[in-house]
Write a protein that binds this ligand. Structure first.
Ligand SMILES: NC(=O)c1ccc[n+]([C@@H]2O[C@H](COP(=O)([O-])OP(=O)(O)OC[C@H]3O[C@@H](n4cnc5c(N)ncnc54)[C@H](OP(=O)(O)O)[C@@H]3O)[C@@H](O)[C@H]2O)c1
Length: 254
C-alpha cells in the first residue's frame, strides 16, 4: 500500500509509536524508528523483521537538536529519502500547576512541541527537494479541551495543533501535507501519569486502533477541513459500532 515509502517515526519504542511502526511496515513502508531506549527499539525492529518488513532503529532524543540532526542524517544515509514523518514522541505530567516545576515544563514542552518542531524543521527541506511529503503530528483531545491538572500537557498539544495548521498552510505549495490526530484515552504506559480511578476505569482505545487511524490518514487522500458536527457524530457512531472506544478527531491540510 505504501510502496516502499520511507517513514520516520518518533516515540517508536512502545505504545502508539511501536504499534504504528509495525502497522506501517506491514503496509509496505520502510520504517526509521526513533526513541531514546535502544533495546526497546531493537525489539520493535526485530518484530518488523519477523514480519518481513524493513526497520532501521535509531536511538535519538527529540529534545536535542544535535540528536535530531544525527537521526535525519542517518535515515537519509540509509534510505536516501523521507516521505512521511510521524511526530509521536510524547510525555505528560499530571498534577496541580503550582506544584509543577520548570523542569516539568522543559520536558513536556521540549518533547511534545520543541521535539516536533525540530524534526519537522530538519525534514521539511528533504521533502521540498523530493517534491512532497506528509507530516503527521500525534496531538490529543488535550489539545482541544483544557483538562484540569494537565496544564503543561494541554499547552503542548494546543501548541502542536496550532503549529500543524500553520505548517499545513505554509507547506501546501511545496506539496507537503500536514495532518494531526487527537486520540482520547489509549491503553499505553503513558496513562501511568494518572493516579485516579476515572482514568483506570475509562474506556480506552488500543495502540493498534490508533495506529490504524494514522495509517488511514497517511493513505487516504482527504479534503482540507475540520470535521463537521455531522461528520464527527457519524465517525463516533462508526467507532462505537466497530467496538473502538474513543473519539479520534483528525485533520489534514489537503
Ligand atoms: N495514551 C494516551 O491516552 C494518549 C492519548 C492521546 C495522545 N497521546 C499521545 O500519543 C503519543 C504516544 O504516546 P503513548 O500513549 O504511546 O505513550 P508511551 O507508551 O509512553 O510512549 C511514548 C513514546 O515517546 C518516546 N519518547 C519520550 N520522550 C522522548 C524523547 N525525548 N525523545 C524521543 N522519544 C521520546 C518514548 O520512548 P523512550 O522513552 O524510549 O524515549 C515512547 O516511545 C504521545 O504524543 C502522547 O501525548 C497518548
Amino acid at each position: 500500500m505504501l510502496n516502499d515509502q520511507v517513514l520516520l517515526i518518533t516515540g517508536a519504542s512502545r505504545g502508539i509509536g511501536a504499534a504504528s511502526a509495525i502497522c506501517f511496515a506491514q503496509a509496505g513502508a520502510k520504517v526509521v524508528a526513533a526513541a531514546r531506549s535502544r533495546d526497546a527499539l531493537e525489539d520493535v525492529a526485530a518484530r518488523i523483521g519477523a514480519l518481513h518488513g524493513t526497520c532501521l532503529p535509531i536511538p535519538a532524543d527529540v529534545t536535542d537538536e544535535a540528536s535530531v540532526r544525527h537521526l535525519v542524517a542517518h535515515a537519509l544515509a540509509r534510505f536516501g529519502r523521507i516521505d512521511l514523518l510521524i511526530n509521536n514522541a510524547g510525555v505528560g505530567v499530571c498534577g496541580p500547576t503550582e506544584r509543577t516545576t520548570l523542569d516539568d515544563w522543559n520536558v513536556v514542552i521540549g518533547t511534545n512541541l520543541k521535539g516536533a518542531f525540530l524534526c519537522a524543521r530538519e525534514i521539511i527541506p528533504v521533502m521540498v527537494r523530493q517534491g512532497g511529503g506528509h507530516i503527521i503530528n500525534v496531538a490529543s483531545q488535550a489539545g482541544r479541551f483544557g483538562f484540569p491538572r494537565l496544564a503543561l500537557y494541554c499547552a503542548s498539544k494546543y501548541g502542536l495543533i496550532g503549529m500543524s495548521e500553520s505548517l499545513g498552510r505554509e507547506l501546501a505549495a511545496s506539496n507537503i501535507r500536514v495532518s494531526y490526530l487527537c486520540p482520547g484515552w489509549v491503553d499505553t504506559a503513558f496513562l501511568e501519569i494518572f493516579q485516579d480511578d476515572i482514568v483506570r476505569k475509562a474506556i480506552k482505545a488500543s495502540p493498534h486502533a490508533i495506529a490504524r487511524e494514522i495509517l488511514d490518514l497517511a493513505t487516504k487522500p482527504r479534503i482540507a477541513s475540520r470535521p463537521t458536527f455531522v461528520g464527527k457524530v457519524a465517525r463516533l457512531l462508526k467507532r462505537r459500532l466497530q467496538g473502538a472506544a474513543t473519539q479520534c478527531e483528525t485533520y489534514s491540510s489537503f
